[in-house]
Design a protein around this ligand. Structure first.
Ligand SMILES: Cc1cc2nc3c(=O)[nH]c(=O)nc-3n(C[C@H](O)[C@H](O)[C@H](O)COP(=O)(O)OP(=O)(O)OC[C@H]3O[C@@H](n4cnc5c(N)ncnc54)[C@H](O)[C@@H]3O)c2cc1C
Length: 420
């Protein structure tokens, strides 16, 4: 029987196991995860769980029974220490080595640390696991002054939770607008204004140069402007780095992520890599995405290949992402370009609108604020390779749904969500 070993029991790793069973695979499947919890979804850690509306049990991807009934050997609290590619085995921390016919790396990513003095003081937190979320909630409930470093999705979600808990956090961001890496100026400005309305003090174009403390606990944040902010809690949301150490040590091609080909194979055909840890070709660029959609769709793609789909089809699902920040529900689909033209559909003053982004006259991306229909239309258009003109996109009376369904394919725009 074919032995498939998956390293990483997160969204991507469990997705492979599930998709393999759904396609009727009878392979022997082992999923190895370093964390102690039953596999769970991460997005609620900075949303429902941080607000006390969900526990880790509510976030389970599958029940404990599911793994038994689907003959998935799930090994939790178990770290893979090394891959022996010659012997086709993985070396585990406290167990006998495990042989594989195919290995799937789904090791995810981990928060980037703040590279400034004082980053290891007590009261400086990252957010990546359920215990981080519980700890952060606990500290927020006692904090007087909170500084969030980074105005990306996680930083802004934490800021939103902080305001809901009655705090007025300062958010410090090096770029000159929020969400600069993942969204266009129209969305950035709207989101920034809504956060400011709720009492968030945004410091854009500003860096953090030092964290100061007393008795080992953080007390102040020193900004690049020279200003010193009081802080008894600092939350760091400055991006993630791929967990590609196992792959690097095993001699697989890596470049800030495990490099894979269009079918998601690594430089060793017996090893695939998916999800946050993988860098795959997208629009000619090796790209790493951090999203549930990417992890889940890449898992299905690899499972189909391992179940016998030998078409060699490249992975090319339309990428999408969401973020919830108090009363803002943001959804984006596609790959934004650096110089995209923006076309607004709907009226931002109503708080419900979409931004259609164009590069060279071709639709690249749709960003929606509290506007699920716009997001779904964007998904349909990009999946169908249909690019309405800018005038059509801007005209609320133009039937984009019918346009998306009409059979007149154009060159498909490349898409992505959170890229790094
Ligand atoms: C706070 C937060 C909020 C987010 N919100 C959103 C959102 O709103 N929308 C969205 O689309 N995405 C969101 N994301 C991103 C999304 O959760 C990730 O893109 C997704 O979880 C990636 O899945 P993955 O399986 O690749 O990695 P992970 O889910 O990180 O799983 C990887 C697992 O591998 C384990 N592992 C690593 N190395 C080893 C080893 N050597 N041995 C054993 N196990 C190992 C890790 O411990 C981890 O459990 C959020 C992420 C965070 C942290």
């Amino acid at each position: 029987m074919t032995r498939i070993v998956v390293v990483g029991a997160g969204q991507a790793g469990i997705g492979v196991a599930e998709a393999l069973r759904t396609t009727g695979s009878s392979a022997e499947i082992t999923v190895i995860g370093g964390e102690e919890h039953l596999p769970y979804e991460r997005p609620p850690l900075s949303k429902e769980m941080l607000l006390g509306k969900a526990t880790v049990d509510d976030l389970r991807l599958r029940s404990a029974d599911w793994y038994r009934t689907h003959a998935v050997d799930l090994r939790l609290s178990t770290w893979v220490e090394r891959i022996d590619r010659q012997g086709r085995t993985v070396v585990l921390a406290d167990q006998a080595p495990l042989g594989y016919d195919h290995l799937v790396l789904a090791t995810g990513s981990r928060p980037r640390r703040l590279p400034v003095p004082g980053a290891d003081l007590d009261g400086v937190l990252n957010l990546a696991t359920p215990s981080d979320s519980l700890e952060l909630r606990h500290r927020l409930s006692r904090a007087g002054s909170v500084v969030v470093v980074g105005a990306g999705f996680i930083g802004l979600e934490v800021a939103a939770a902080a305001t809901t808990m009655g705090l007025r956090p300062v958010v410090v961001e090096l770029a000159d607008r929020v969400l600069a890496r993942v969204a266009g100026p129209v969305l950035s400005d709207h989101v920034a204004a809504r956060h400011a309305d709720r009492g968030v003090d945004l410091r854009l174009g500003t860096g953090v140069v030092e964290l100061r403390g007393a008795d080992g606990r953080v007390t102040h944040v020193v900004l690049s402007t020279g200003e010193v902010l009081p802080a008894d809690l600092v939350v760091v949301g400055v991006g993630s780095v791929p967990s590609d150490g196992l792959a690097v040590d095993a001699g697989l091609d890596c470049a800030d992520g495990v490099l894979v080909d269009p079918t998601l194979r690594t430089s060793d055909p017996a090893v695939s890599a998916i999800g946050d840890c993988a860098r795959f070709p997208l629009g000619g660029q090796p790209t790493r995405l951090e999203s549930v959609q990417n992890a889940a769709d890449q898992a299905r793609h690899v499972a189909a290949r391992l179940s016998g789909d030998d078409s060699g089809a490249p992975y090319r699902e339309v990428a999408w992402f969401w973020s919830t920040q108090s009363d803002l529900k943001l959804q984006m689909v596609g790959v934004p370009g650096a110089q995209d033209e923006e076309v607004v559909r709907g009226d931002p003053a109503t708080g419900r609108f979409s931004v259609f982004r164009y590069s060279g006259g071709v639709l690249t991306c749709v960003e929606s604020v509290n506007h699920a229909p716009g997001h779904l239309l964007g998904r349909r258009l990009l999946a169908a390779g249909r690019s309405p003109s800018r005038e059509q996109a801007a005209d609320p009376g133009f039937d984009l749904k019918a346009f998306a369904a009409a059979p007149a394919p154009v060159a498909r725009a490349q898409q992505s969500a959170v890229t790094s």
